[in-house]
Design a protein around this ligand. Sequence first.
Ligand code: CP
Length: 360
Amino acid sequence: MTIGPIDKPSIMASPTRDIQLTKDGGIKHFLTIEGLKKERLIEILDTAESFVGVHSQSTKKVPLLRGKTVANLFFENSTRTRTTFELAAKRLSADVLNINLNVSAASKGETLLDTLRNLQAMQCDMFVVRHSASGAAHFIASHVEPHVSIINAGDGQHSHPTQAMLDMFAIRRNKGEFATLKVVIVGDILHSRVARSQIHALNILGAGEVVVVGPKTLLPDNLRELGVTLEHNFDKALKDADVIIGLRLQKERMRTALLSTEDEYFRSYGLTEKRLKLAKPDAIVMHPGPTNRGVEIEASVADGPQSIILEQVTGGIPTRMAIMSIAMGNVEKALMASRTGSQKTNDNAKPATDPTASQE
Ligand code: CP
């Protein structure tokens, strides 16, 4: 399905900075981390923390989205993101629609906007969108009615902001403050919407040092503009690392030969037990998934004591609950403010028709 926006790896350009915020600066759509204030990210992390206990309650629900309908629109495959969004929405007491886009009208040539307008006509309040085109979530957000909130669940090579926030949540829970941390991100940075969102989040939260590592073909030079250190030698980068984040090789996005062989990649950039010893002894190992064992990470490291990969997945639920409840809350506040505003306009107009005014 074509929707218009250009699908190019874009490190710097993000058209979404303003549209996602209310006039007061609150998040109403969650499209990108770029341009958000630190307090907005802290609000998400603190709210997520407050939801951690919900899963151990006898009734795993809070009523914050009761009466709201959340539609999951995944135009690309997903396991973790789609299911944790569904669980998060259900734990917020929302009604949830999982639209199977392979058998929906979208597969019959219906445009993205037509699909969306039909769902909007069914009074959906929130769309969680994953799409292969960079800018898709922004495009949708710029066309929905004011009562609807859009959450970006990954758009092309641009942004995966909820993944970055759940990663920040996992880092903060394990390491506390960001300021002293050396974070190493290794792998296919070129195609990674996750890496871009993580870098923005780490910068905003004030991480001590962010080092991105990979072969020259997968490490765009303009990343330096984001204030990160570029490194091609993984062993060197690992020295004193507190957090190591592996990324998946996105072969489906590699249109030309950017890699020699997977074996060679593993030799240079695979996170092995031996390599992990080069980092700090209490370093944590992260990966957004899906992981390719024996290519990006040794199985014993993925399953080892320093790995928090499954903890990341678990934390995805309270983090996504936080993002959805904050966004819906801000949409409602903005709607209320606009209603009050129009009431004021009517009130202002009243004197002209006010009988007491005409008596003067
Ligand atoms: N991390 C992530 O986005 O995984 P899925 O593709 O399974 O959603």
